[in-house]
Design a protein around this ligand. Structure first.
Ligand code: PAF
Length: 286
């Protein structure tokens, strides 16, 4: 496995792969790997001849009062983990290599970025779509694999790729969960044992909603009320949003149907903001 820091070297490597007829898969990450990331890498390897993992804590997707400075980082640990996976290159640029002096261009997906996380994180998605566009230009992947935990991010990236005719196949990979249901996230590293159980309010809330929907409840108002009560029954939780939305448009829904996704963001103990999501009703296999 090779580590490449410079965008021009990364691009040269990718062009060489293309000349050799190799399909490149990209897994964009911000590092501090957990099993969820490793599954994305394996998925990319199952679809492509070569796998590139980008590791870049992108400053432009963090707002002024967010956790950029304390975002968990451990490059050596990450390299040890990725070394055991079917990965050819880790692309790990520094911010000054990604954002040159005088940088002033932004890619933003207008409407989809205003919903859900976009309300409390107004600059976040423009930062994501800008850096992902840059990564696509630098790595030139045939396929890019993203986790479905960041459900809104995935919807926005799919829209961006379609709108801008970016020739990349976008693959979503299912949420990977801890045995007790907690969705894996690098930010779980912020949880101490005392608030680790409060973090389960999201996955157990999703399970309760699914149970009620399976028993016939279709009213979003009723399900939302039950969910809010459930989440707030865990000490230290504060709901940022818990919304029932259309899985494609992200527009709020009043009645549950096959397209309804429950998307949640919850602050735990004022220290960590976790997200989770899932379709409310069982989905037909594609
Ligand atoms: O999902 C993430 O880790 C980041 O938002 C991404 C896609 C790597 C862009 O910085």
């Amino acid at each position: 496995m090779e580590i490449i820091n410079k965008p021009q070297e990364m691009l040269a490597w990718s062009r060489q792969q293309a000349q050799q007829g190799k399909r490149v898969g990209l897994v964009p990450t911000m590092g501090f790997f957990h099993e969820g990331h490793l599954r994305l890498m394996r998925r990319a390897a199952s679809l492509c001849d070569r796998v590139v993992v980008s590791l870049f804590v992108n400053p432009t997707q963090f707002g002024p009062n967010e956790d950029l400075d304390r975002y968990p980082r451990d490059f050596e640990r990450d390299m040890a983990l990725v070394g055991q996976e079917p990965v050819d290159v880790v692309f790990a640029p520094t911010p000054d290599l990604m954002y040159l002096p005088g940088y002033q261009t932004e890619v933003s997906v207008k409407q989809l970025s205003t919903h859900l996380c976009g309300r409390s994180r107004p600059v976040h998605f423009a930062g994501v779509t800008t850096v992902v566009t840059k990564l696509f230009n630098i790595v030139q992947p045939n396929t890019a694999v993203f986790g479905e935990k960041d459900f809104q991010q995935l919807a926005i990236i799919r829209r961006m790729v379609a709108d801008l005719n970016i020739p990349v196949n976008i693959v979503g990979h299912p949420i990977v969960r801890e045995p007790d249901g907690l969705a894996m996230s690098s930010r779980n590293a912020y949880l101490d044992p005392a608030n680790r159980s409060a973090a389960l309010s999201l996955s157990t809330g999703l399970a309760k909603v699914r149970e009620a929907a399976a028993a016939g409840e279709r009213s979003v108002a009723a399900l939302a009320q039950m969910l809010e009560r459930h989440i707030h029954s865990f000490a230290g939780t504060k709901i940022d949003y818990a919304s029932f939305v259309d899985g494609d448009s992200l527009e709020a829904m009043e009645t549950v149907d096959d397209r309804t996704v429950l998307a949640m963001a919850v602050h735990i103990d004022g220290k960590v903001r976790l997200i989770d999501n899932g379709y409310v009703l069982p989905q037909q296999a594609a």
